[in-house]
Structures are given as structure tokens and as C-alpha cells.
Design a protein around this ligand. Structure first.
Ligand code: ZN
Length: 163
């Protein structure tokens, strides 16, 4: 296993749509977890380490001492709750910035797990938000792409001032 460098905005690869995956890649998955825990973060999508594949990993509990590692390959959202929530989101590819994003509070997510099984899981709370954030990365979208244009412009300006 190895920690890989995390791409930082405005790297072009963060705006690209990733390719479907044929087979789970155990080495890639192990590296993604190691990179995520090292960062430290709760979610990491493959394009954030320059691998343009539809894979993300997350663990919403580890910072509180409850490891809940989840690997999602070729994920798709089957349905979303009517209820929406707004909360601050950070991104390892945009350090120092948080964006208030409004998203469905719950989702049914279908994905291939690390063993190659296609499964469906209902996610709520922070897990639902995290999964939607990571899935956005697979479609070349950042958190600031989910807010109004004037807010987006302000965030990018603030970020430029930081870097
Ligand atoms: Zn992110």
C-alpha cells in the first residue's frame, strides 16, 4: 500500500468524467484508503489521485473511532429522498475551503463492492452527503459546482487568495 499525492484544484483531471471499471483493483482500493486516512479525510474519489475510474472510498466513522470503510465501484443513485439538507462540505482537493451545499438527505445507492458484488444500500445522514460528494467527483464536479453562480465565483476568488 502507498499514500498517493492528492490532486489539488484547478487540476484538469478534477473536471473530467471517469470511466467505468471492469474489475475491482485491490491495490488501487488499498492505496485510496491509505491516502484518505493519511490526508486525513472521510472520502476520496479515484480521480483525486489521478486515476480516471469510477471508484470512491469513504469512511464516515473513523475519526470518531468507529471504522466503517465503504468501497463503491461504478456507483449510481437509484433514488433520492424528498427531504433536502444543507451543510458545509470540505474537499481534500481544495484545502482551506468549505462550501454550503444543498443535497437530498438520503439516497439509495447501487454499486459494485470490493468483492465484485453488485449491491444496493440506503444511505442517510453524513454518509449520504459524503457519497454524493464523491460521486460528483466521478462526473468531474466539485462541491462549488452545486451552488449559485455568484456564490461559486466568490468561493473561487477566496480560494485564489489562499493559494
Ligand atoms: Zn472532494
Amino acid at each position: 500500500m502507498s499514500v498517493r499525492p492528492v490532486l489539488i484544484w484547478p487540476d484538469d483531471r478534477l473536471t473530467q468524467v471517469c470511466q467505468k471499471v471492469d474489475q475491482p483493483d485491490a491495490k488501487l482500493i488499498a492505496d485510496m484508503f491509505e491516502t484518505m486516512y493519511d490526508a486525513p479525510g472521510r472520502g476520496l474519489a479515484a480521480p483525486q489521485i489521478g486515476v480516471m475510474q469510477r471508484v470512491f472510498v469513504m469512511d464516515v466513522g473513523w475519526k470518531e473511532g468507529v471504522k466503517q470503510p465503504l468501497v463503491c465501484i461504478n456507483p449510481e443513485i437509484l433514488s433520492v429522498s424528498k427531504e433536502q439538507v444543507t451543510g458545509p462540505e470540505g474537499c481534500l482537493s481544495m484545502p482551506g475551503v468549505t462550501v454550503d451545499v444543498t443535497r437530498p438527505a438520503g439516497i439509495d445507492l447501487r454499486y459494485t463492492d470490493a468483492s465484485g458484488n453488485r449491491v444496493t444500500q440506503t444511505l442517510n445522514g453524513f454518509a449520504a452527503i459524503c457519497a454524493q460528494h464523491e460521486l460528483d467527483h466521478l462526473n468531474g464536479k466539485m462541491h462549488f459546482d452545486r451552488v449559485k453562480p455568484d456564490e461559486r465565483a466568490r468561493i473561487l476568488k477566496d480560494y485564489e487568495a489562499l493559494t
